[in-house]
Every structure is written in structure tokens, then in C-alpha cells.
Design a protein around this ligand. Sequence first.
Ligand code: FMN
Length: 170
Amino acid sequence: MRSVPRQPVASQSDIRSRIPGKMSSILILVGTESGNAQMVADALKPVLETAGHAVDVSDKAASAMDLQAHDVLLVVCATHGSGDIPTNILPLVETLERECPNLSRHRYGVIALGDRSFQDTFCGGGKKVDQVLELCGAQRVGDRLEVDASSQPSPDEEALAWVEGWKNLV
Ligand SMILES: Cc1cc2nc3c(=O)[nH]c(=O)nc-3n(C[C@H](O)[C@H](O)[C@H](O)COP(=O)(O)O)c2cc1C
């Protein structure tokens, strides 16, 4: 009898992300010092809700427990100092790095805010959060958006354009 090549088995998350109109429970994680990332998060929330998702916004999540109620994370994170993570989101990032909890049932997206005039540390905060979530097994959906304050004075405009594609992937 001829053997039939086996098809790869779709994971649960593949199946979920392919169902049109599937509602996700999204937590927007804000890392901010001077309010731009919060402004972006507040602009994205109604867009994601209109697309049918349930959305919460937090600038206080500090552990894996705080992420459990949501299946999708959207990080909106600025960079300060010299490539540093904003202080409000530092406890979460340090805890995830130290404890490396299993976040494999989470999908996530990243919007990194920065300024290209800082060259080597451009968008270092958002890149760092991206790395840590990947380390914990979460699956990134879509490309990371990097918003450059030196060429884009309104970060929410670029983020709103980006989320038009992202909202259909989660
Ligand atoms: C003191 C200071 C340091 C900064 N350092 C960096 C940096 O190292 N790399 C970078 O890409 N952007 C850097 N930025 C730019 C900010 O990330 C950018 O302006 C961002 O939009 C600020 O967002 P927030 O208002 O949510 O904190 C810095 C901004 C300030 C004021």
C-alpha cells in the first residue's frame, strides 16, 4: 500500500488565528515615561474593540499572573535612558526574565516607540520586551512596529495604520 504523506497538524493557536471574526481577549501592555505609549494604547483600544476583540489596557502588569486572563498581548513600549525600559514595565520584564514562565498559549504584538537619533539604542525598550516574551514561549504575530519620533511626531498615526493589519491576524 502506498503511504500518503502526512499533513502537518495545525496547532490550536493556528486554528484560532485562521477563523475569521474570532474574538480575542487582548491586553495592551503600556511601557511609558512621558505618555506617548499610553496615548497610542488609548487610540488602539476602540479600533480593536470595533474589530470584535475584548480589550484591556494596563501600565501596571508585574507578573505572569497578570497576563493569564488574556490570550493576546499587545506591547506598546517606549525607550528611555540609553536603550532602557520604562520604569513602570520594568518589574514585569524582570520577573519574566527571572522566572521564565510558560507563555506558549499567548500570542503577542509589539509597537516599540523610540527615536533614531539615539542610533544604537533605537527602540531598545520594545525590542527587549519582544525578546523576553519570545524567551517565555509566546508567539509573536506580525512584524514589530518601530516608531521613530524624529520623523513621526504623532506615534498614534503609524500605530493606527499598523493595527489595521494586525487586528485581523489575532
Ligand atoms: C531622556 C530620553 C531618553 C531616550 N532614550 C531613547 C533611546 O535610548 N532610544 C530610543 O530609541 N529612544 C529614546 N528616547 C525617545 C523615546 O522613546 C520616545 O520619545 C518615545 O516616544 C517616548 O514615549 P513615552 O512618552 O511613552 O515615554 C528617549 C527619550 C528621552 C526623553
